[in-house]
Write a protein that binds this ligand. Sequence first.
Ligand code: ADP
Ligand code: TRP
Length: 325
Amino acid sequence: MRILSGVQPTGSIHIGNYLGATKQWIELQKNNECVFFIADLHSLTTPHNSADLQKNILEVAVAHLAAGIDPQKSVFFIQSKIKEHTELCWLLNTVCPIGDLQRMTQYKEKARQFKKDINAGLLNYPILQAADILLYKTEAVPVGKDQVQHIELARTIAKKFNQKFGKVFTEPKAMLSKFGAKIMALDNPKKKMSKSLDPKGCIFLFDEPEEIKKKIMSAVTDMGKEIKYNPAKKPGVSNLLTIYSLFSEKPIKEIEYSFKGKGYAQFKNLLAELLINSLEPFRRKRKELLARDIYIHETLKLGAKRAQIIAESVMLEVRQKMGLI
Ligand code: ADP
Ligand code: TRP
């Protein structure tokens, strides 16, 4: 299958990003044709500091390579290097209904958060995302739950385009990890873990052991003292159990059983230890890669070359169908 996904260069990745998206990418690249990229153009729609952008792109690239993206297997590049993304975005603008854009949850949330800068890019964000996806005739898009609405819009746009101009695009589907598609913030288990909304509630993939320990020990738990999975009544403990289960690869039932009669403190201690150990290889790999920035730049350049070949051939079809040539 042709698989594609993107990530914005907005800070470090946290275990929610990892469990909801990146971990799936690493698995999928074993048996599929994968395209992964850093969505720098998308990141311009919210306030950013241009002096930091290149540093952030490098940081995200390192994070994903450290997490296990293999540039031999996957095409890995920076979005803005392939001009066809923006060209296709414009063409799809003429197919996408405005009403659909105004209905997007992420647009409404961000418009509320950045009241002083509701630019047209924020509204048109999903069209660029649709262009990213359709340009590579993507079949499946591994993302967290919050992105499903955008993938469905990409599907609608593909359908409309194909009906109007003749079949070019594949209709993509979102691909969610069964469990872990929504990891909650440690300081507020009713909200998703999010670096852009609340960095305090995040455990980052490269946090040092002391930080991990501190964050887990102070994570919000619930009334009572039982270690039991019940997201409605015990959202805090359920979130920690989900994290425990995903990193230990043990079913939740088994974990509940092993903590029967033990308190939150003991559970949190062992969870902190599990996370410290599980994240150790990522910390080590990141440090190695940070010292090899020429290699990282070359890898991304090579990825862009491979992406360019697909993008050019699909754009030729699109221009032909739309009557541009
Ligand atoms: P953030 O909200 O932290 O800024 P991004 O918007 O950069 O995250 O998302 C990057 C990827 O991680 C997306 O595929 C998104 O669906 C996924 N993701 C983000 N937060 C979570 C979460 N708390 N749980 C699971 N997946 C998530
Ligand atoms: N909007 C996605 C996010 O915030 C990032 C993204 C950009 C993306 N283009 C994409 C994800 C194409 C999947 C496919 O996480």
